[in-house]
Design a protein around this ligand. Sequence first.
Ligand SMILES: *[C@@H]1O[C@H](CO)[C@@H](O)[C@H](O)[C@H]1NC(C)=O
Ligand SMILES: *[C@@H]1O[C@H](CO)[C@@H](O)[C@H](O)[C@H]1NC(C)=O
Ligand SMILES: *[C@@H]1O[C@H](CO)[C@@H](O)[C@H](O)[C@H]1NC(C)=O
Ligand SMILES: *[C@@H]1O[C@H](CO)[C@@H](O)[C@H](O)[C@H]1NC(C)=O
Ligand SMILES: CC(=O)N[C@H]1CO[C@H](CO)[C@@H](O)[C@@H]1O
Length: 278
Amino acid sequence: MKFSAAFVSVALAALAAAQANNTELGVEAIEAHFSNAGIVPSLLASFDPVGVLSLSYSGVGDISPGQSLTKDQVGPTPVLAVTPANSTVQLTGNFTLVMADAGPVGTDETAGQTRHWLVNGVTLTGSSPLNVSTSAGVAITDYAGPAPAAGSGAHRYVILLYTQPDNFTAPDGLDTPNVGVSVFNLADYVQSSNLGSIVAGTYITVEEGTASVTPSATSAVVTSTLPAAHSSSASSTAPPSPSTSGTTANKSNGAGSVVTPLSSVFVAALFGLGFVFF
Ligand SMILES: *[C@@H]1O[C@H](CO)[C@@H](O)[C@H](O)[C@H]1NC(C)=O
Ligand SMILES: *[C@@H]1O[C@H](CO)[C@@H](O)[C@H](O)[C@H]1NC(C)=O
Ligand SMILES: *[C@@H]1O[C@H](CO)[C@@H](O)[C@H](O)[C@H]1NC(C)=O
Ligand SMILES: *[C@@H]1O[C@H](CO)[C@@H](O)[C@H](O)[C@H]1NC(C)=O
Ligand SMILES: CC(=O)N[C@H]1CO[C@H](CO)[C@@H](O)[C@@H]1O
């Protein structure tokens, strides 16, 4: 009886630790996705988000990083929310929302990116997760669903939320609403306008037709190998046997996501502990 009580309390503590760090794991996972997909360092010199950006398309639901979607699926304006990494992360004030086409893996980003969405003065409302609200903002470029040229490969559409400090100054040409979709240079825009750091980000891939070029290979993200996956007692007893997420298959550039659901970590921990104690 003593053993089983200890077993249950250890298991519950393990579950609590695992749940508390779910967002921490999500932050590390998206960092790994951006590196594996070549978004860092070619589009962004670095990427240190302080939260997880969730993206949802009506008719599809929540999108996982790098998920491959069709032109039809990405037609409607998506809904975004931010889950801060922890309670010390304060997200108040104004933010800028950007969606840029980073092209297929291996694209030379110095040539610029097609801008699919740009809103200044975005606010975050509610509590964790915070809704990304564009209603009080200035929509420089309204959301325009990705429609890459047929045969041009799997384009990576990167969605980023930046802090927008008081000294933010919209550069000429992107300082009034209703500017149509066009090519800009994200890095230059961020620097010249005094935008702050990236709060959170994610990306999707959209491909039309069959690619005539073979994109550079990318590797999958295995969340069980990330540091946060080893920071709780639950995952330290879990075997490294991730299951493949059903929604992230990305045949075109191999940047699929491999995740270990926390519940399976917990179940594995239970079995591990049970084996020791009984
Ligand atoms: C909270 O999250 C931020 C951003 O990831 C990190 O820099 C900070 O160390 C975290 N603080 C705690 C107490 O975990
Ligand atoms: C957000 O930007 C608006 C102008 O677009 C400004 O009036 C407001 O003071 C800003 N809010 C904060 C908290 O910085
Ligand atoms: C946040 O968004 C959800 C879904 O769109 C909505 O149901 C909820 O009322 C929103 N909350 C706030 C505080 O805006
Ligand atoms: C703009 O404001 C931010 C935050 O207050 C500050 O860190 C930055 O140095 C300022 N940039 C310029 C060019 O003044
Ligand atoms: C939010 C939270 O409880 N985070 C914890 C995650 O785990 C680390 C230990 O690896 C703690 O230091 C954090 O406080």
